[in-house]
Design a binder for this molecule. Sequence first.
Ligand code: COA
Length: 324
Amino acid sequence: MFEVRILGTGSYAPDNVVKNKDISKLVDTNDEWIVERTGIRERRVSTGEETSMLSVEAARRAIKDAGISPEDIELIIVATATPDNFIPSTACMVQKELEAKNATCFDVSAACTGFIYAVSIATQFIKTGQIKTALVIGAETLSKILNWEDRNTCILFGDGAGAAVLQRSDKQGIISLYTGSDGTGGEHLVLPAVQLNNPYCKSNNDTKNFVSMNGREIFKFATKIVIKCIEEVLKDTPYTLEDIKYIIPHQANAKIIEFVAKKLKVDNSKFYINLDRYGNTSGASIPIALDEVNKKGLLSSGDKIILVGFGGGLTFGAQLIEWS
Ligand code: COA
């Protein structure tokens, strides 16, 4: 089995900044409530860029950071719940724009855990020797599936993309992986797709393609599962939480992260947080945060980090990574 390391990262978000007070003009809410309950102050909202376009920009930055050329990429996975189309996949659209002609391309649907799943899949491709280099992207335009009249959800989410180049390595990189799902909790976070409707089955369902959520249930699930994921990736390794420089969690709600930090008896500062500026960008949140940590120079070779995600499905997972 080969080792796998993260060679480069990139991220991109639309320029349009929407602050809490801007949303309070659309629904009955206010900055104080949103900051107090979530930690979110602003988010980016697309004024025309689709998920594939955000993906391409994040990918270009990751490719530059990695110092590779698009022809080196043998696998492109885009984690998204908000693709431009069902067909072609976002990954194929990215391939076309990058001219990454040697890549196999597909999308992964695992909601906010999408990037974690996609990194796990790419890691297996590289570990087994099938490929050397993969591009993994998490990208969303959640603004198009929000009900902007529903204050329970429209305050939470934002648009953006993050990417990472993974490559075969001689040195330890991705140390351990953990993924899981619990379909019995699927009803707590739902984004309907196209409804069944054909000459043999007329639909009387006018469901809109809006996300709906039972916030309390998701909160309970998140706080439990993030702890389990962290414990699972540390299990059977020589490392403990003390050895971890940063935990980069899915950026859903600062309260979830504070709760987890307290339970694990670690300082909040071990968790990297940028949700105050982006809101919850679902599959994009972890790679955007990872890119910030990388570009700010917060990591040195040998540092250990944990990426941890949770989301609709329900889905969850984590990676323990040695930075190099
Ligand atoms: N502004 C002002 N008031 C709001 C509001 C808003 N945006 N949204 C809800 N409220 C109101 C509710 O109507 C309710 O009022 P009531 O007591 O008069 O009925 C009150 O605030 C409390 O609502 P509740 O839904 O119980 O709040 P909460 O403390 O659970 O916080 C969330 C709501 C969504 C912030 C919180 O549950 C959460 O973050 N859950 C996790 C969501 C998540 O992470 N999802 C993504 C997973 S990948």
